[in-house]
Design a protein around this ligand. Sequence first.
Ligand code: C2O
Length: 555
Amino acid sequence: AKTHHHEFVVQATKVKRLCKTHNSITVNGMLPGPTLEVNDGDTLVVKVVNRARYNVTIHWHGVRQMRTGWADGPEFVTQCPIRPGGSYTYRFTIQGQVGTLWWHAHSSWVRATVYGALIIRPREGSSYPFSKQPKRETPIILGEWWDGNPIDVVREATRTGAAPNISDAYTINGQPGDLYNCSSKDTTIVPIDSGETNLLRVINAALNQPLFFTVANHKFTVVGADASYLKPFTTSVIVLGPGQTTDVLISGDQLPGRYYMAARAYQSAQNAPFDNTTTTAILEYKSALCPVKCTSKPFMPPLPAYNDTATVTAFSGSLKSPRKVEVPTDIDENLFFTVGLGLNNCPKNFRARRCQGPNGTRFTASMNNVSFVFPSSISLLQAYQQNVPGVFTTDFPAKPPVKFDYTGNVSRSLFQPVPATKLYKLKYGSRVQIVLQDTSIVTPENHPIHLHGYDFYIIAEGFGNFNPKTDKSKFNLVDPPLRNTVGVPVNGWAVIRFVADNPGVWIMHCHLDVHITWGLAMAFLVEDGIGELESLESPPVDLPPPPHDKQNKHH
Ligand code: C2O
């Protein structure tokens, strides 16, 4: 196995999009940032140097980080931010994962422009278990672009309690594509060879939007998701929530020419404002015929309607592991977590400035009625390891405080989330099942729930209220898919299982960034075991120090 060394310089960079030049935060001046390519078993050493004016951390989304929790990256969860002028080196080894993951900033909304692909090939000397080896491999990173500074967009929203501005474009590999103003000549071109197979590594890096993705005239063979193989199946459209990746094979079996690939919103929260525009890239045949044919204008492939939940359900229902897998049974921790929005009343003196949400309230979000508050003086992992009191409590509830009808038919006074930093403690090695239930409060919505430090089996999904008696019959304990992010169906539920075999503090959150901002998160504290493999490594010496505690200065 190899060790790969990289330097990521986070810096302000002039970027031209949608007819205007912006000063954006990038890594090494690139948007998207650099693609990392490794084999399973390799080690990555990435020195992140912060030359921007904002705090930053980098998260390696989906990397299991076995015993290397210090390298996971979420701000104030496993580390304090890398402040302007600072640096931090992330070290971790890929263990038993193959496919596509990605990396992104995990601090405020910096990830809008700080993200890139992480490609993991099979161990050296082995090949893909596909019927045909791909000739080319191309990352396809779907993103969102704001004309304004995304960090200002979210600051404004938290100050007022209102919903933030929606983005101004979707992008493919950083480019809006030729349906947007001033974007045509920079449209992303994806090469393909006649008669050959391409592997497209599709990543949804958008902040707040699940997306449909398709290519004109071609079919996808889905072979993997979130760096685990899937039983191959054919489809003309795939759907990804933010955070999710999907690997598809596509063959160059059409007339040489140019074909649109396109992505558009799956708007699961059906009464919320959203961008209904389409981002495009061009699949271009590399062949002798192409210089003539390739001048013809591509045509737009059909995409599902923005509210086509049936297509989403059919797609997620097609995901299976390639063979029988070992799903944890004899569950030790049977958890039921609600996920959803809320509206909190504002203190009277704040009303004008800080309550510009619906009817003079503030938007909020929660799991089991707890709205997660990130610490600001030290990270949770440091606080745990150094026994710093007062940073968190370990009484995150195993069940919601009240049980009600989770189909929106409920008074919102039942559910005004309580802000707190609560963790749920798991014994090392325990077998965990979590039912994730959409509350449908404020709006029924498909929440992409992401767990750090783990992959989990998605053993069932359904609509309405989860029924522990009858829905057991829906559990797939044979060949469920292994993922790190599950789209909890709109107005429905999903059941996941995993073994708590990775010590540390691991956040679980909705990957719609607006929902993290509102508190749709919690964290697991997986106890340090006794054996060498059960214990967290000690912190790296260059771990960013806690920011100066302002309160102490008063004394
Ligand atoms: Cu890609 Cu905490 O997330």
